[in-house]
Ligand binder design. Structure first.
Ligand code: NDP
Length: 248
C-alpha cells in the first residue's frame, strides 16, 4: 500500500487516539494535532503511543485560529510532507438551552467545531489538488443530524460541517479527492464520561444496540474512508451510531 501523511486534529482525544492508532496500523505517517496549552499532556500521550508501538508525530494547533492552522500545516509539511489524509476531529461542547446560552458558548463551539473545518482544510486542500490525491474526513455527530436539547450551538456546528463536506466534495471530486463526514452516536470517551450517570444510562437505553460505541468503531470507518479503495464515496455522511438515528 502507499504510505500517506495523515493529520488528525484533536488526535490526542478519545476518538482521535483511536483514529491515530488505526491509521498508523495501516502504515501511514500520522501526526496528531493538539491544543497548544496542553503541550505537557500531549507529550505524555505521545510517549504512551510510543510505548504501545505507534510512532505518532505531534503538532500544536489551535483549530479555531485560521493563522495558527496556516502555521501548523506549513510546519507539518516541512517535517513530514504535505498532508494526504486530513481528519478534522477536534471538538468541544458547551451545552445549555438557547434561552440561557451565553454568546461566548455559541462562539466557542462554532469556532472550534465548524470554523476549524475551514481553517485547517483551506491550508491542506491545495496540496491535495496539486498531488491529485486526498482524503478529508470530518467528524460531526448524530446531534448534527437530528438536533439535541441543550445543544443548539453543537448541533448547528455539526450540521454545518456536513454542508462543508458536501460542497468541498463537489469542488474536489474530479481531482482524486474524497470528502466525507462521519457522524458518531454516543461514544465512550472523556467527552461523554463527563455526563451524569443517570443521563448516560438513559442514553444507553435509547440506543437500539443498548450500548455506547467504542472509539475504535469510529476509527475503522475513518480508516476505510481514508483508504486507496475508497475512491468513489464522496460527499457522504456515514452514521456510526448503533441505530440511534437512521435516515435516507
Ligand atoms: P475529546 O474531548 O476526547 O477530544 C477532543 C479533542 O479536541 C481533544 O484532543 C481536545 O484537546 C481537542 N481540542 C479542543 N479544542 C481544540 C482547539 N481549539 N484546537 C485544537 N484542538 C482542540 O472528545 P472525543 O474524542 O469524544 O470527540 C472527538 C470528536 O468527535 C469531536 O469533534 C466530537 O464533537 C465528536 N463526537 C464525539 C462523540 C462522543 O460521544 N464522544 C459523539 C459524536 C461526535 P484538549 O483535550 O487538549 O483540549
Amino acid at each position: 500500500m502507499t504510505k500517506r501523511v495523515a493529520f488528525v486534529t484533536g488526535g490526542n482525544g478519545g476518538i482521535g487516539s483511536a483514529i491515530c492508532r488505526e491509521l498508523a496500523k495501516q502504515g501511514h505517517s500520522v501526526v496528531a494535532g493538539y491544543f497548544p496549552p496542553e503541550k505537557e499532556s500531549a507529550e505524555a500521550w505521545q510517549k504512551q503511543m510510543h510505548d504501545e508501538g505507534f510512532a505518532i508525530g505531534l503538532a500544536a494547533v489551535d483549530v479555531s485560529s485560521f493563522e495558527d492552522c496556516e502555521r501548523a500545516v506549513a510546519e507539518i509539511g516541512d517535517e513530514f510532507g504535505s498532508v494526504d489524509i486530513l481528519v478534522n476531529c477536534a471538538g468541544i461542547t458547551r451545552d445549555g438551552t438557547l434561552k440561557k446560552m451565553p454568546e461566548a458558548n455559541w462562539k466557542a463551539v462554532i469556532s472550534t467545531n465548524l470554523d476549524s473545518a475551514f481553517n485547517v482544510t483551506r491550508h491542506v486542500v491545495n496540496g491535495m489538488l496539486d498531488k491529485g490525491w486526498g482524503r478529508i474526513i470530518n467528524i460531526a455527530s448524530v446531534n448534527g443530524q437530528r438536533g439535541q436539547f441543550g445543544q443548539a450551538n453543537y448541533s448547528a456546528a455539526k450540521a454545518g460541517m456536513h454542508g462543508f463536506t458536501m460542497a468541498v466534495a463537489l469542488e474536489t471530486a474530479a481531482k482524486g479527492i474524497t470528502v466525507n463526514t462521519v457522524s458518531p452516536g454516543y461514544i465512550a470517551t472523556a467527552m461523554t464520561e463527563a455526563m451524569p450517570e443517570e443521563v448516560l444510562q438513559s442514553i444507553v437505553n435509547s440506543v437500539p444496540m443498548r450500548r455506547m460505541g467504542k472509539p475504535e468503531e469510529i476509527a475503522n470507518t475513518v480508516a476505510w474512508l481514508a483508504s486507496e479503495e475508497n475512491a468513489y464515496t464522496t460527499g457522504a455522511n456515514i452514521p456510526v451510531n448503533g441505530g440511534l438515528f437512521t435516515s435516507h
